[in-house]
Design a protein around this ligand. Structure first.
Ligand code: SF4
Length: 303
């Protein structure tokens, strides 16, 4: 049996749409209907009006967002254990403590949070629109969670006081990148452009020519005249970058930058989830309602 063909056949029969995050394995990206970042994908699912099933090859919070934004469709996560450690770093208790300390500061949460956390924020953001969202707020002090590096990036860009909640939130994969590795690669590829994700450390951001989300990196690489790029984000994005830019060279800034949680999804697990329609992700409606409001507010600001 050709698994990829069987997945496509099942998907068509079940009126499913397969979404793959940019960090998924190449073979999953290749069979997906759409490849992109988390919110891009949830919105794609929203416009697929005939779809009854969403198979979201990604991690927990992304499938939750898709379920929140698509209440009439069932959302499947191929591997239930695929959880983002950064999203787990922010709980409701931490949010309540921060709000008690700064009662007048709005709370902005990165979409890399669980639905229960999103339900307590004023507005969500992505790494692509975080600066725009913070600028849109009529407040000079803003609470921001859970990624400390993204909080610092936004603070530098907006000039506002951005307080990280919790103080220490981070993505374990993006913290693996080190400026020293980039310096060595620059010696090998002196003309290369360095692109990094804002989840990378401040030191990494300082050696970058371009800082942006995965979708922004894809657009930047397409438009750029450069022929070689050193990339500071999870290795899965390189598959898409290489596919979209056949004449250009992409080098990962650190070979070990693999998100083990994203890589829990395999073609076999995706096939099993789709065939048995298992691992349905649900969010209780009272939580979903509040979280949806925060996501919709983000869409209003950035539309
Ligand atoms: S790359 Fe980082 S933020 Fe993204 S899912 Fe993995 S651990 Fe979470």
């Amino acid at each position: 049996m050709n698994l990829a063909e069987e997945i496509r056949r099942l998907s068509k029969n079940k009126k499913a749409v397969i979404l793959a995050h940019n960090y998924q394995r190449p073979e999953i990206q290749d069979i997906a209907d759409y490849v992109g970042d988390s919110i891009e994908l949830s919105r794609k699912a929203m416009i697929e009006r005939d779809a009854e099933l969403i198979v979201f090859a990604a991690v927990d919070f992304m499938a939750e967002s898709a379920a929140i934004l698509n209440p009439n469709k069932r959302v499947l996560l191929p591997t239930l254990e695929a959880r983002c450690p950064m999203a787990q770093m922010l709980n409701v208790e931490e949010i309540k403590k921060a709000k008690a300390h700064y009662p007048d500061a709005p709370l902005v949460l990165y979409v890399n949070t669980l639905a229960a956390a999103k339900a307590h924020c004023d507005v969500c953001c992505t790494s692509a629109n975080a600066v725009e969202i913070i600028e849109s707020l009529d407040a000079e002090t803003v609470l921001f969670g859970p990624d400390r590096n993204l909080a610092e990036f936004v603070q530098r860009k907006t000039g506002k006081t951005v307080i990280p909640v919790p103080e220490w939130g981070f993505c374990p994969t993006h913290l693996l990148f080190q400026p020293e590795d980039v310096r060595v690669l620059k010696m090998q590829h002196p003309d290369a452009v360095v692109m990094v994700h804002p989840e990378c450390s401040f030191e990494m951001q300082n050696v970058a020519d371009f800082i942006g989300s995965t979708s922004q990196m894809c657009r930047y690489a397409m438009k750029s005249q450069a022929k070689t790029f050193i990339v500071g984000t999870e290795e899965g994005l390189l598959h898409r970058l290489r596919k979209d830019n056949p004449g250009k060279k992409f080098v990962l800034a650190y070979d070990g930058a693999v998100c083990p949680n994203m890589k829990l999804n395999t073609l076999e697990r995706l096939y099993a989830a789709l065939k048995e329609e298992r691992h349905v992700v649900t969010v209780p409606e009272p939580v979903a309602k509040k979280a949806r409001k925060a996501l919709e507010r983000m869409f209003e600001v950035t539309s």
